[in-house]
Design a protein around this ligand. Structure first.
Ligand code: ADP
Ligand code: MG
Length: 484
């Protein structure tokens, strides 16, 4: 047993050492180095990884490379087997996270450079192009929205890795890829990054990129008057998607909600492309099951690939994003100013970017150096809220204090009205203020199924919609406590 383990370890370390120059340092650090060899038995090497997603991703993208290299080194054929161990590297991850959080609150200077360093290591690297790519739909990709300029954090790790996998091998994994998350947190950025990455590697790829509302409009135009004189418009529309599309990227797919004809056309296009092995990526601000008036058959198509969520970035990622955006704009910003903006504006990255542009413009136009005091002065009107980020724990505490409950009750299995209602309120407030995904909240509240969180949020939202005065007063009071 022991010798098998040693042999596996020895072989694996030779494999890692031999990767230099074959794979990028980023791919090695992100995927290969964290894998742990467990055994080498009957020509099978067993390796542990920490999540099912990483397991799938490695099996889909790298199994052959790993097996070929291991077989060469071992001088005999080797196959690999991956097992998922969620406990893997748990201590290192917790320690790294704690160190990051500690440094951020104690020493902004150090934490910023550290998180920046991490972001640099994690992002897949690609050369950039000067001229913007144009897609078949006439839309132009934003040259600033690439994988290089996307800062990785816990909040977007899964979506970034999936987007990267899809861009590397379109149509081979995660089809469709469904990226979902709140407003202004990088969904469009990732979609453009996928498109530009594919065109950079395979310039002949036919990409159609449009928004959900463009698609609705296109269907209306193609079908209006259809059949009266001739079907040319409609035929052209169908041919475009059938014969001229290797990759279909649709941004903000939620706009097809309630549009029956559009959904029918999309369903047929989807089936055709899917069966032909073409890649489909869509983004949405809602999960497929949350999009109202969406045909069941389309909903189930969206659910059959990978659903990757992006959450609101954590403080350290927000700081890294500000530093990177400022640097890319050729502006030097101090760590304390970046930290101030990141703490004051937790809502989403777009707002963060707006604040950054504003301070950069003021400083450039007046010629005044951007000190912390000057930044505070410029942003006085937008940064009126509390400068701390609200966490799930803060909300759970504020809610349980208000209803005189033990905080633990909110995550318990108790279903009495006295607990169920505060739990629903807490879930609703988490969704509202933190923009956390339903699955993430299900975990925080120890619920097996995220649909519980969804219906809680719906329930509270609907009561508020009906102007339930008692509830409105309760929620305002809790929100005031949170903002103190
Ligand atoms: P969404 O489509 O989710 O509403 P966008 O993709 O338009 O959001 O992102 C809004 C802005 O925030 C863009 O300028 C984008 O570059 C930036 N952004 C969001 N997340 C990141 C990130 N992780 N790294 C770098 N920039 C980001
Ligand atoms: Mg968008």
């Amino acid at each position: 047993m022991e010798s098998q383990l040693n042999e596996a370890k020895e072989l694996w370390s030779q494999f890692i050492a031999g990767l230099e120059g074959i794979e990028t340092a980023e791919t090695c650090d992100m995927f290969f180095k964290p894998m742990v060899p467990l055994a080498l038995e009957d020509k099978t090497m067993t390796l542990a990884v920490d999540t099912p997603f990483i397991k799938d991703w490695i099996m889909g993208n790298y199994a052959k490379l790993i097996e070929d290299r291991l077989s060469q080194l071992h001088l005999a054929p080797i196959t690999i087997k991956l097992v998922v161990d969620p406990e893997l590297h748990k201590e290192e991850k917790a320690a790294a996270k704690q160190a990051r959080t500690k440094q951020i609150s104690a020493e902004p200077e150090q934490s910023v450079s550290e998180t920046k360093e991490q972001a640099k290591v994690a992002a897949p690297v690609l050369p950039t192009r000067e001229d913007p790519y144009q897609t078949l739909s006439g839309r132009v990709f934003n040259p600033n929205y690439t994988f290089n300029s996307f800062v990785m954090g816990d909040s977007n790790h899964l979506a970034l890795a999936a987007a990267n996998a899809v861009a590397e091998k379109p149509g081979q994994h995660y089809n469709p890829l469904f990226i979902y998350g709140g407003v202004g947190i990088g969904k469009t950025h990732l979609l453009h990054a996928i498109g530009q990455f594919i065109l950079l590697k395979r310039p002949q790829t036919k990409i159609i990129y449009c928004s959900g509302s463009d698609f609705v409009q296109e269907v209306v135009e193609a079908t209006t008057g259809c059949g009266k004189f001739d079907n040319t418009g409609y035929n052209n529309f169908v041919q475009k998607y059938r014969n001229n599309c290797d990759v279909l990227l649709i941004d903000d797919i939620q706009f097809i909600s309630g549009k029956e004809r559009t959904q029918t056309e999309l369903f047929h296009i989807f089936n055709f492309l899917y069966e032909a092995g073409k890649q489909i990526v869509v983004t949405s601000d809602k999960l497929p099951q949350e999009i109202p008036d969406l045909a069941e058959r389309l909903r189930s198509r969206f659910q059959c690939g990978l659903i990757a969520d992006i959450q609101n970035p954590e403080l350290d990622t927000r700081v890294s994003i500000i530093m990177k955006k400022a640097k890319d704009a050729g502006f030097s910003i101090s760590n304390d100013v970046a930290m101030y903006i990141a703490k004051a504006l937790p809502a989403n990255v777009r707002i963060l970017e707006g604040a950054l542009k504003r301070v950069m413009a003021h400083s450039t136009l007046t010629g005044r150096p951007l000190t912390l005091d000057y930044a505070k002065q410029i942003l006085a009107d937008v940064c009126t809220t509390k400068t701390e980020t609200i966490s799930v724990e803060d909300i759970q505490k504020a809610v349980s204090d208000f209803y005189h409950l033990d905080t633990k009750a909110l995550s318990s299995s108790c279903r009495t009205k006295a607990v169920a209602r505060p739990r629903q309120v807490a879930m609703y407030l988490c969704r509202k203020h933190i923009n956390a995904s339903f699955p993430a909240l299900a975990k925080e509240f120890k619920r097996k199924d995220h649909t519980t969180v969804m219906s809680a949020c719906k329930k509270i939202a609907s009561l508020l919609g009906k102007e339930d005065e008692e509830l409105i007063a309760e929620i305002s009071s809790i929100e005031r406590a949170l903002n103190k």
